[in-house]
Design a protein around this ligand. Structure first.
Ligand SMILES: Cc1cc2nc3c(=O)[nH]c(=O)nc-3n(C[C@H](O)[C@H](O)[C@H](O)COP(=O)(O)OP(=O)(O)OC[C@H]3O[C@@H](n4cnc5c(N)ncnc54)[C@H](O)[C@@H]3O)c2cc1C
Length: 393
């Protein structure tokens, strides 16, 4: 075991959230150490898509938080001397029927009131926009501000940038112990190989955050919610930008007032169309939402149902080959908001539970945690994101 290393802060977890926090702390001249039990982005951040979306958010706080994060991406992409493939192509939510159209119009009004560039397309316009959509799709909701990037490149780019500003990074090194001093404040973090003396620890361990919480006696209500994805072969441009089904919003938030016209399997596996053209000219098809513990294996029934759903929206892809599939674990919280929070233990912070939005919210999370530790004014209130909200009901 190496002798003690002293740091202003130790960040646990080298996904997009932990690397963003490390970057912002280093940018604030803090001596920071990032500790990751595997390789950088070896958790959920290496098993996901890279969308930075506001169009699928609930209006109000969720939407404002995401917009703040979205607006940081051009700045950070510019700052890093690393290509994170940041693009702002916008996105489209495809509307299947008149009932969805009514809901979409309401959402559009609410998001427009938040200052977002969102608009409804009618049946003619949506097919002008995406000619390969099934002819019976009745319309769409589009926004120009949504973007996408390569999540692994983002994590590595942030680490690279943080190191240049003096951060230290310890990979393949799992945190095994966190010690408090006689006053109950953070004193030390230990891995199998090293010990770090510090007054600030950030738990950015994604679906493993509850395990880290246990080391200091905190209950962190995060559950893994599995999502599977298909990767198709390189082909012609089926869609020019990200296309999701409007019913995706319903599946995501388990809305009980609306039933989509889907098979029992699609309902059971929480399947909703996510269609993502990639830089390499193939495309990703998603996605599913299931609670199956820490299982990251793909299942043929789920994959088949996802493919069927995609063909319903884009019949033209029926004969295109699938070359790969993978699954990741979204860090789910009961109210779908992340935990970005100080805790009852002085010096212990939680930045986890971003569910399906961790890539998009990574930068604002990094900024907010850095502002908390450096005692600076916060970019937005973090009241709705506090860990204590679960205890207080
Ligand atoms: C199929 C799918 C598609 C998705 N698509 C999108 C999308 O398009 N846009 C979006 O915004 N979000 C998306 N997400 C969600 C996003 O991927 C996650 O919210 C995000 O990756 C979470 O990042 P994180 O850094 O919190 O967690 P992780 O990336 O899991 O990082 C946590 C890290 O902590 C490490 N760790 C755990 N225990 C320890 C320990 N004891 N010591 C040291 N290190 C430890 C782990 O090894 C891991 O690397 C998707 C998710 C899935 C599954």
């Amino acid at each position: 075991m190496k002798s003690n290393t002293i740091a202003d802060a130790v960040v646990i977890g080298g996904g997009v959230v932990g690397t963003a926090i490390t970057y912002f702390l280093a940018r604030n001249n803090m001596e920071v150490i990032l500790v990751e039990k595997g390789a950088i982005a070896s958790g959920t951040s290496g098993r996901c898509e890279g969308d930075v979306l506001v169009s699928d958010k609930v209006h109000g706080f969720d939407c404002r938080l995401t917009k703040l994060s979205q607006d940081l991406f051009p700045e950070i992409a510019n700052e890093l001397d690393y290509d994170i493939s940041w693009t702002r192509k916008g996105s489209l939510l495809a509307i299947e029927n008149e009932e969805e159209m009514e809901e979409a119009k309401k959402l559009c009004t609410q998001l427009t009131a938040e200052g977002l560039p969102v608009r409804i397309l009618d049946q003619y316009e949506v097919h002008e926009d995406e000619p390969y959509l099934a002819p019976d799709i009745v319309g769409g909701m589009e926004t120009d501000c949504d973007g996408s990037l390569n999540p692994m490149a983002l994590a590595y780019g942030l680490v690279h940038g943080a190191k240049k500003m003096g951060a230290r990074v310890s990979t393949h090194s799992a945190v095994t112990d966190i010690r408090l001093d006689a006053n109950g404040c953070i004193e030390r973090v230990a891995t199998e190989r090293e010990k770090f003396v510090t007054n600030h620890v950030v738990n950015a361990a994604g679906v493993w955050a509850p395990e880290i919480g246990k080391l200091v006696g905190l209950d962190i209500p995060i559950k893994p919610r599995q999502g599977q994805l298909l990767v198709a072969e390189r082909t012609f441009s089926v869609a020019r930008r990200k296309v999701m089904e409007f019913g995706y919003m319903m599946a995501k938030f388990q809305s009980s007032g609306y039933t989509r016209d889907v098979t029992p399997e699609m309902e059971k596996y929480g399947i909703a169309l996510v269609f993502e053209p990639t830089e390499a000219k193939n495309f990703l098809i998603g996605s599913s939402r299931r609670f199956v513990g820490m299982d990251t294996s793909c299942h043929i029934d789920v994959l088949q149902a996802m493919a069927q759903r995609a063909i319903r929206f884009f019949p033209v892809i029926e004969d295109i080959k699938i070359i790969r599939s993978y699954a990741g674990l979204r860090p789910f919280t009961p109210d779908h908001l992340p935990i970005i929070s100080e805790t009852e233990i002085p010096g212990f912070y939680v930045a986890a539970g971003h569910e399906g939005d961790g890539i998009g919210l990574s930068l604002i999370t990094g900024k907010l945690i850095s502002q908390m530790i450096c005692e600076q004014p916060l970019a937005i209130t973090t009241e709705p994101l506090k860990l204590s909200r679960f205890k207080d009901g």
